[in-house]
Ligand binder design. Sequence first.
Ligand SMILES: [Fe+2]
Ligand SMILES: [Fe+2]
Length: 405
Amino acid sequence: MEKKTVLFVDDEPNILSGLQRMLRPMRRTMNFKFAEDGPAALEIMAAGNVDVVVSDMRMPGMDGATLLATIQEKYPHAIRIMLTGQADNEAILRTVSVVHQFLAKPADPELLKQVINRATALQDLMADERLKEVISSIGSLPSLPETYARLQQVLRDPDGSLADAAAVIEQDLAMSAKVLQLVNSAFFGLFRHIESPSRAVNLLGLDTIKALVLGVGVFEDMKVVSSNTFNVKALWSHSMATAAFAKQIALRESGDREMIDHAFVAGLLHDVGKLLLFSRMPDEYEQAVRTATETSCSLLEAEQGIFGLSHGDVGGYLIGLWGLPGPVVESITFHHRLHRYPHPGFGPALIVHVADYISYRLDPDQCIGEKPCLDEEILDQAGMLDRIDEWSDLCRELQEKNSDG
Ligand SMILES: [Fe+2]
Ligand SMILES: [Fe+2]
């Protein structure tokens, strides 16, 4: 595998030399470059082949926000990481659409290494250069117009509460993914593993959510709500159902809070790759949908034929770049090919695979092309095959309860 190149930008020479020392053991597998200001960094970028940029926020002249925005525009394939101090709050707000991950300053060496290693490993999985560029350039994904309007309304209402905002955000895949990205990286110095969108909103607080939504416009309104070919609303209800089913199955089998949260979020975001492909490459995605509908192949095969990858791959890549926890990223990537997942025992990936299957079985109209099948061999190996009927009943009851209420 080709050596990756990581560029560090900081105006304090001491910090750069500290990084240089700290990264020495990693030089066998990576190249490191260092720049003391924005213009010097852009010169290095222009020379080519930089895979990851780690920039300081506060620098004289061009600040980190401007630098990373320029890099996003000119070199969209590069992964952009921002080092931030507590005092940078306002400036950070401007960068939420250009930065993949935030790290608190001073950088914890182990964490920095881990973040760089994970990001470059993801890059290696994504062989297609064009898709890599498209996905790395994404700041946020579009939301359903009515959800977007409802959130604006809640935030403009003087009586609107944080709980009201959380209830809206939790209903939307794009908004949920974005708030989880922020709280799972060191945005405002928060570095927590938070898997529930509503807890993420609580942690950010009403003022930050207001500033993000009304000030910076971090969430996007969807321009094309529904084409004749691809039904975005069906994707939303399928995602909500899969999230609810995944949580229900996890709750039934386990008391592990983290696993339950992972299953819920991965269920909610498992098909985020469809939204990504449809919103960024609509003509090609509609072609894939048409192929799946008109011929007897599955949507997955049609996507592979056109993009060389499936919605699981691209969704996992984006959510991984955004720094969400490994089990969530992996569950998204492998939900249609559990047999390729390295740890196929009972866990979020298996749960999401089953929840997706049950969701299409209960609502077949939402499926495009041939329905996905259950990987019975893996379920059997995990000792879970005989649980499917009970899980299906549980999900059906939940669905009936929700449609009554
Ligand atoms: Fe899927
Ligand atoms: Fe699905």
